[in-house]
Design a protein around this ligand. Structure first.
Ligand code: ADP
Ligand code: C5P
Ligand code: MG
Length: 204
């Protein structure tokens, strides 16, 4: 069985390697291609990719005491308490052995952002933002076919609302700090990756 999410972290004073990591947050509406493009970036630029949503879904499968609560929130398109998500992210970074991370689908709201800042004490190098109109996002999600119980029209509408109400303010925060890198994600995947490649080549 996996270590539960509330297991004690390593002594903070040890300052493990991941605490000095390069972190790039990857944001965008549901279905904007975050997972697809992160897989491309990993192959070409040596990052380790963590999707906050994937970590939460595996926490449900691991039989965690928080599983039922996480499942219920995901099925309603709501955001899981940050303390849970940030612990999962920090544990994943610590165990990875790498020091360059793409963190996708995070921070989803201001609470996520502040909890990560306080616990990981890492500022993102920059924030990649995949910009795509809602009609296209809806088409992609309803065709995704990964058996996700939140990929239905009713939950998708709720996720769009959460994105606008809670995630766009975080996007605005990073924009005001000069950290936002916006990419047009409405194009075919290969074209989006061309823009992503140019960006990573110039940033790193
Ligand atoms: P996210 O992680 O942002 O929710 P995904 O990478 O899972 O998005 O992509 C959502 C769906 O859209 C998947 O079925 C994927 O294959 C498809 N997709 C991804 N990028 C594009 C694109 N640029 N054009 C068309 N479909 C795409
Ligand atoms: O990013 P993804 O589409 O995989 O996220 C699926 C769901 O996981 C979200 O709708 C939300 O319920 C949950 N989630 C969360 N906090 C995050 C990322 C995802 O609560 N930072
Ligand atoms: Mg994804």
């Amino acid at each position: 069985m996996e270590t539960p999410v509330d297991a004690p972290m390593k002594d903070e004073h040890e300052s493990p390697k991941w605490k000095k990591s390069i972190v790039v947050f990857v944001l965008g509406g549901p279905g904007s291609g975050k997972g697809t493009q992160c897989a491309n970036i990993v192959k070409q630029f040596g990052y380790t990719h963590f999707s906050a949503g994937d970590l939460l879904r595996s926490e449900i499968k691991s039989g965690s005491e928080f599983g039922a609560m996480i499942q219920s929130l995901i099925s309603q398109g709501r955001i899981v308490p940050s303390v849970i998500t940030v612990k999962l992210l920090c544990k994943a970074m610590e165990e990875s052995g790498n020091d360059k991370f793409l963190i996708d689908g995070f921070p989803r709201n201001e609470e996520n952002r502040i909890e990560f800042e306080n616990v990981a004490k890492i500022e993102p190098a920059f924030v990649l933002f995949f910009d795509c109109p809602e009609e296209e996002l809806e088409r992609r999600i309803l065709n995704r076919n990964q058996g996700r119980e939140d990929d239905n029209i009713e939950t998708v509408k709720k996720r769009f609302k959460v994105f606008v109400d809670s995630t766009l303010p975080v996007v605005g925060y990073y924009e005001s700090k000069g950290k936002l890198r916006k990419i047009n994600a409405a194009k075919p995947s290969e074209e989006v990756f061309e823009a992503v490649k140019d960006l990573f080549a110039s940033e790193t």
